[in-house]
Design a protein around this ligand. Structure first.
Ligand code: UDP
Ligand code: MG
Length: 309
């Protein structure tokens, strides 16, 4: 008999808890048939609505329900990490509570695990129902990451994934504070089977992400899994040194040959603003890495627990 841990991060999702549970339980005969025991970890990420009481009510109905409640909102990354720490299962699956990760895929995922894969991940092939501008930037992000990072980060990858105990233990060894799970999965390696499906829209409630949050999250991804921007900053430095050197030679040459009087105020202003722009940009890149390093060095806990059931 194997134990399957289901990890469900929840943030202000009171209306989704019950729907999720009943959808998951549609697989009950599958769990039975495969001799799979179940534990369902709801990770309440500091919800302000009735999420906690909805989970507690569910707990009365089903003893396999577990809950970890954070002292405040720490973000989905922290919730997933907490869930992985708590899960005891031989197999662990992470899924959203809003039913965008269809529980009906579980049997298929499990069958691939039985085939010998270490993890079965999902990616959506369409971005139906998403604002076009967001899809556009998401595509740009993945294309950029493909070029600047050695770690494989799949376009359209969801956090919906089933893993073996071995892979979960590997992920838990990565204790970094700035977590970008999509990169962490790629970094630890192991054999992953990708399942593709069409995007499913959220049933109830609202997405917790907006454009700015996603933009900041993408910077997290870049700084966590690539040092190419630092390389770029150094490259710009070298490039401008070479340009400046060429200009010095040119100016001296012009003075000697043509005896040019002082002129060229507009070009000077252009050059100064360009170069200071590039300088500030590179300083900003440096600042990003420094700030991430600062947060890592502080070794703050990734989450704080208020209640555990
Ligand atoms: N979530 C969370 N903490 C947060 C934001 C989201 O635990 O700070 C959970 C949320 O409850 C849901 C999952 O993460 O179960 C995905 O969130 P959402 O549906 O808002 O993201 P999207 O599907 O739009 O990417
Ligand atoms: Mg969602």
């Amino acid at each position: 008999m194997g134990l399957l841990s289901v990890i469900v991060p929840c943030f202000n999702e009171e209306e989704n808890i019950n729907d999720f549970y009943s959808e998951l339980m549609k697989n009950a005969s599958f769990f039975e048939q495969e001799d799979l025991e179940l534990e369902i970890w709801f990770i309440d990420d500091g919800s302000k609505d009735g999420t906690v009481s909805a989970i507690k009510k569910l707990k009365e109905k089903d003893q396999r329900v577990r809950m970890l409640s954070f002292s405040r909102n720490f973000g989905k990354e922290a919730a997933m990490f907490a869930g992985l720490e708590k899960a005891k299962g031989d197999y662990v699956v992470i899924m959203d509570v809003d039913l965008q990760d269809p529980p009906s895929l579980l049997p298929q995922m499990y069958s691939h695990i039985k085939e010998g894969y270490d993890s079965v991940a999902t990616r959506r092939v369409t971005r139906k129902g998403e604002p076009p501008i967001r899809s556009f930037f998401a595509r740009c992000f993945y294309r950029l990451m493909k070029h600047i990072s050695k770690t494989e980060i799949m376009d359209g990858a969801r956090d919906y994934r089933m893993m073996t105990r071995q892979m979960v233990d590997a992920i838990l060894q990565m204790q970094e504070y700035n977590r970008f799970t999509k990169g962490i999965y790629g970094w630890v390696g192991f054999e992953t089977k990708w399942l593709e499906y069409e995007n499913v829209e959220r049933t109830k409630g609202e997405t917790k992400w907006n454009f700015w949050k996603l933009l900041i999250y993408s910077v997290e991804g870049i700084t966590a899994f690539s040092t190419a921007p630092l390389m770029f900053a150094s490259f710009m430095g070298v490039l401008f040194c070479v340009l400046a050197f060429a200009m010095i030679i040119f100016t001296i040459f012009r003075k000697i040959v043509f005896g040019d009087p002082v002129s060229g105020w507009p070009s000077l202003v252009c050059i100064i603003s360009l170069v200071s722009g590039v300088q500030l940009f590179c300083l900003g890149i440096l600042g990003q890495y420094l700030s991430k390093t600062y947060m890592e060095v502080k070794k703050r806990p990734i989450y704080l627990v208020k209640e555990e059931i």
